[in-house]
Design a protein around this ligand. Structure first.
Ligand SMILES: Cc1ncc(COP(=O)(O)O)c(C=O)c1O
Length: 347
């Protein structure tokens, strides 16, 4: 009954098969091989535009390196107060940005609102050269609260940021889950919605260790290859990153995985509701946040339930009595049996 995270699942079969298929012969290292050119072309097709693609092995590297290309070392990047880059990357963005700062914006259910962004932009001091200038904004899709921005919301937020001269980043560690949720095209949820640079997640969706930094704004990609190399994220046997991406994208495998994970989350949410368990947020992708009593939590853990507590912060529905919020994450490998066992264990 593992619901700790979507990285608790292994890598999916098509990804592992692609890695094995690439484990022969000789290739140029560092992404100099033909297959890497083919993957870059695949991204152009997938996103219906010319983009620059850089593969790395972790989401933290993708976010931190991407942001380092969007701001000078004296700039400020706006982000949701509970976003992964703010809370869970141990200062990697600030480290790679070389002195630039993340500034937090509050917002319900993991989302920055247009009003919240407007307020931050208004409040921001323009004391030149004393105050650090705003240079970029980063949004997460799916958010840390498992919620999903609509394409219109993304367009409005990125549009306003751009009016103020900010570059825009999207942390898409769960990009596939958001696409599966909105049923829109990757282009509509990225560059057409004003995203300059995307961290396109694959690890959580079924890859072994893989994310892509995708530049839609080519000016920002200028000499990015130096930043990736300097940051220690240009893999020597790059062929294995490329192979993972091949297996992940081929035949829409990434979307099948994401649709499955989202479906499992819907089934979990329906089951919890039948058990009268309330949810802290609306379920929009592959994460479910139940409000469990101490008795329920203890019983679930005694029967082998694995999941993490969640902070009582930007919740849509607040705990009552001794309820506390927890996070359950579904992956491509989650089964209905795992969910029914979990639900049966709730007293
Ligand atoms: C929204 C989000 N962004 C980025 C990451 C970073 O990924 P990694 O753990 O591979 O560095 C995660 C991982 O939990 C995440 O949930």
């Amino acid at each position: 009954m593992f619901f700790g995270s979507d990285n608790g699942a292994g890598a999916s079969k098509p990804v592992m098969d692609a890695i094995l298929a690439a484990n022969n012969d000789f290739r140029l290292g560092y992404g100099g091989d033909l297959e890497t050119r083919e993957i870059e072309q695949k991204f152009n097709d997938l996103f219906e535009t010319n983009c620059s693609v850089y593969l790395v092995a972790t989401g933290t590297a993708a976010n931190a390196l991407a942001l380092s290309a969007l701001t000078p070392s004296y700039g400020v990047v706006l982000a949701h107060e509970f976003s992964h880059i703010v809370e869970d990357e141990c200062g990697a963005p600030e480290f790679y940005m070389g002195g630039a700062r993340l500034t937090k914006i509050a917002g319900e259910a993991g989302k920055i609102s247009l009003k919240g962004l407007e307020n931050s932009l208004k409040l921001y001091s323009k004391r030149i050269p004393h105050a650090m200038p705003l240079k970029a904004m980063s949004l997460s899709q799916v958010t840390e609260a498992g919620t999903v921005y609509t394409c219109d919301e993304l367009t409005a937020l990125n549009g306003l940021a751009k009016q103020h001269g900010l570059n825009t980043h999207l942390d898409g560690a769960r990009f596939g889950n958001a696409i599966a949720s909105l049923n829109c095209s990757p282009a509509d949820m990225s560059w057409r919605a004003g995203v300059d640079v995307l961290s396109f997640g694959a690890t959580k969706g079924g890859a072994l260790a893989l994310e892509a930094i995708v530049f839609f704004n080519q000016d920002l990609a200028n000499e990015f290859y130096f930043l990736r190399k300097k940051g220690g994220h240009l893999l020597s046997k790059h062929r294995f990153l490329t192979a993972q991406m091949k297996g992940y994208l081929e035949n829409d495998h990434w979307l099948d995985n994401a649709r499955h994970a989202n479906k499992m989350a819907r089934i979990m949410a329906e089951g919890l509701s039948k058990k009268k368990v309330r949810l802290a947020y609306e379920v929009q992708a592959n994460e479910v946040f139940p409000l469990l009593t101490e008795t329920q939590d203890k019983a679930l853990r005694a029967k082998g339930g694995i999941y993490y507590p969640w902070g009582s912060r930007d919740l849509t529905h607040n705990p009552k009595g001794d309820e506390k919020p927890f996070r359950l994450v579904m992956s491509f490998a989650t089964t209905e049996k795992m969910i029914s066992s979990f639900l049966d264990a709730i007293p």
